[in-house]
Design a protein around this ligand. Structure first.
Ligand SMILES: Cc1cc2nc3c(=O)[nH]c(=O)nc-3n(C[C@H](O)[C@H](O)[C@H](O)COP(=O)(O)O)c2cc1C
Length: 346
């Protein structure tokens, strides 16, 4: 049984039809708002947006999730956003996924069906399925509902964890928090750490699809180097990847962004759907949620890693050494490391 959460009225025929057609024969309980916790459910959030991109009932839902941290414990979710225009849909979706995830909801990889105003983002899917854009939208809703209902991430006896960072060991708050987590993981996981400091990798050159596929099929990428020699093999092996992200200008830093871009060739031939994504984000002053949302959209929505509940630890600390002196940090590190083990281990 799916719980369909549809905040807000809409005049959109297209949205109503997509839900009817996509969820035909799927038993659903429909809610228009959340007023109390929902535990252990398969959830589909369906959010209509008008041209302004503002849906007040959706913001009420966001407020409930942010104010009630454990309210979706044990839930698995997917998201549909139907926009009247071609903007705002992705931003709304990733904001919702982060809020629901921090409230305890897991998400499979590619958890978003996004219908922009023109539906042009369904062009490739429609071509592949030999159908029109609107039918491709309906098929995507059906596919997402099935994946949410069936989601059951693998567990391992000794999970393999890949740690990607681009920081200096001596001064980094982000690395100091990771050391605290690593200590708590003990020898329960097999940990591989790869540092991607300046000069170690080139960004994606945006090769044509066929060139990218050609190199991807040979297990590589045109640009070679540390990504192909170290990161690709480690990701193939990994049960989980954790990104250590200092906030650089309200974004994931350039080296880590380059690494994410360079995953494209591997992604052409390897599914990441059974690999968990975790993150540690440290901002000097503010904006950790923006960086976490970037991880959600780049790695879960686009590249297909799954999101375990509470995938990201976000802290605010600027001076070297400040993160480990934050009030309550030891308890938050305990909880973050325990959550990782609970999610990954048999
Ligand atoms: C290039 C650069 C850009 C930064 N931009 C921001 C920012 O936009 N917002 C912010 O809160 N902190 C920003 N910071 C501060 C870091 O987020 C902060 O130093 C934090 O401790 C994480 O970095 P660390 O792991 O290297 O210590 C920036 C730092 C650098 C070096």
């Amino acid at each position: 049984m799916l719980t369909l959460i549809c905040p807000g009225e809409t005049a959109s025929e297209r949205y109503a039809l997509a839900l009817r057609a996509g969820l035909r024969n799927v038993p659903c309980k429909i809610l228009t708002r959340l007023t109390r916790p929902l535990e252990n459910r398969a959830l589909l959030f369906a959010v209509p947006l008008d041209e302004s991109g503002v849906n007040h009932e959706y913001y009420d839902l966001l407020a409930f999730l942010r104010a009630h941290p454990g309210s979706l414990t044990g839930c698995v979710g997917g998201v549909i956003v139907d926009g009247a225009g071609n903007l705002f849909t992705k931003a709304a979706a990733r904001e919702l996924v982060l809020a629901a995830n921090l409230a305890g909801c897991a998400f499979p990889g590619r958890p978003l069906v996004e219908a922009i105003g023109s539906l042009a983002n369904f062009t490739v899917q429609a071509k592949n399925a030999g159908c029109d854009l609107e039918t491709a939208y309906h098929l995507a809703v059906r596919d997402l509902a099935g994946r949410v209902l069936e989601f059951s991430p693998p567990k391992a006896e000794k999970p393999k964890l890949l740690v990607l960072h681009a920081s200096s060991h001596r001064t980094s708050n982000t690395l100091a928090l990771w050391s605290g987590v690593r200590e708590r993981l003990g020898d329960a996981c097999a940990v591989t750490e790869i540092g991607l400091r300046n000069g170690t990798l080139e960004d994606c050159g945006g090769c044509p699809y066929t060139t990218c596929l050609h190199f991807g099929e040979k297990g590589g990428c045109f640009y070679g180097g540390v990504m192909v020699e170290d990161v690709y093999p480690a990701i193939r092996e990994a049960d989980a990847v954790i990104f250590l992200c200092p906030n650089y200008n309200d974004a994931v830093s350039a080296n880590l962004t380059a690494a994410i871009n360079r995953l494209t060739a591997l992604y052409r031939t390897t599914s990441f759907s059974d690999k968990a994504l975790f993150g540690i984000v440290v901002s000097g002053y503010s904006g950790g949620d923006i960086v976490a949302r970037q991880l959600v959209s780049a790695l879960c929505m686009n590249k297909g890693f799954y999101l375990p509940p509470r995938f990201c630890l976000m802290e605010t600390a600027n001076d070297a050494g400040a993160a480990m002196k934050l009030p309550g940090i030891e308890n938050r590190l305990d909880a973050f490391a325990k959550n990782m083990l609970d999610r990954l281990m048999q």
